[in-house]
Design a protein. Structure first.
Length: 285
């Protein structure tokens, strides 16, 4: 509740305390609000709101906002002017959700509607005369931040109250059909999340797994501190410090392969001793 302040003597404005304006009853003065006096009001619904005196006297504010919501619910309409749309970014999310699931012309329709992903009738059509958007807001609430958007918990099911959550783009990227899941610390989680828990770069762990490392080893071995780049980098091979190119010749390994291994955090001894793994893609290991 806003703080009610005693009206200082000599102030030249009408005391509205105790007066009723629509559903609002003025409880007391709340100071100034650029430049009018502001008043703490209690609505008939039990809510409280601080309103400028000019809006009260001029009839522009008659409730805490509940009257507008009731009007929308009774009419089954959710029509927003440009100002309202900015105030309700969730409305754009709601429209986009329906469009990609139910409009074949939408460029995302092949990944949603064509796969059988649909928006539940409660949100798309509404119930008992209440517009679908109002029910969507009732079930989901406002998004936590402008970085959150609607996401389905189970990607094989449609949009409904029991299958949706507000999530960031990063969280959604880990909930895609092609997300690599691993069993780590007793739970099945995305590989990217496991890398964060292990404190290792995702690309390093991904490269290690491709090279045939076990998951436990790929997520447990720390990345060796990289040496500052030099014109002629050296490595230790069989107890002798030598240029990396010379060490590769002795080891019989391609220079590019060894460089990639070292970049991924391999120890020098392992990078220069493990044979190249050949597969159908002819990629250096």
């Amino acid at each position: 509740m806003a703080t009610i302040t005693p009206i200082p003597p000599g102030k030249r404005f009408q005391d509205l305390t105790g007066k009723r304006f629509g559903r609002l009853v003025v409880l007391g003065w709340a100071g100034y609000s650029k430049p009018n006096a502001a008043w703490v009001c209690r609505c008939d619904c039990g809510g409280e709101k601080t309103v400028g005196g000019g809006n009260l006297v001029g009839g522009r504010t008659r409730s805490c906002g509940c009257f507008n919501l009731e009007t929308l619910s009774r009419s089954g309409s959710a029509v927003f002017c440009a100002r309202d749309t900015k105030r309700h970014p969730e409305y754009k999310v709601w429209l986009a959700m329906i469009s990609r699931c139910h409009e074949p012309d939408n460029r995302q329709f092949p990944d949603y509607g064509a796969r059988g992903i649909a928006v539940c009738d409660r949100w798309r059509i509404g119930e008992n005369g209440v517009h679908g958007f109002n029910l969507f807001m009732l079930d989901m609430g406002s998004r936590p931040s402008d970085k959150h958007t609607i996401d389905r918990i189970d990607n094989d099911r449609g949009y409904s109250p029991d299958n949706c959550a507000w999530r960031t783009r990063t969280e959604q990227a880990r909930n895609r059909r092609n997300t690599v899941m691993v069993h780590y610390n007793g739970a099945s989680i995305p590989l990217a999340a496991a890398c964060e828990l292990a404190g290792l770069p995702y690309e390093v762990v991904k490269g290690r797994l491709w090279d045939g490392w076990s998951l436990d080893r790929a997520l447990s071995q720390p990345v060796e501190e990289k040496k500052p780049p030099t014109r002629n980098p050296t490595v230790t091979y069989r107890g002798e410090v030598m240029p990396i190119a010379k060490a590769c010749e002795f080891a019989g390994l391609p220079l590019l392969t060894v460089r990639m291994r070292l970049h991924r955090g391999w120890p020098e001894e392992l990078a220069l001793s493990q044979p190249v793994r050949i597969d159908s893609r002819n990629r250096n290991a």
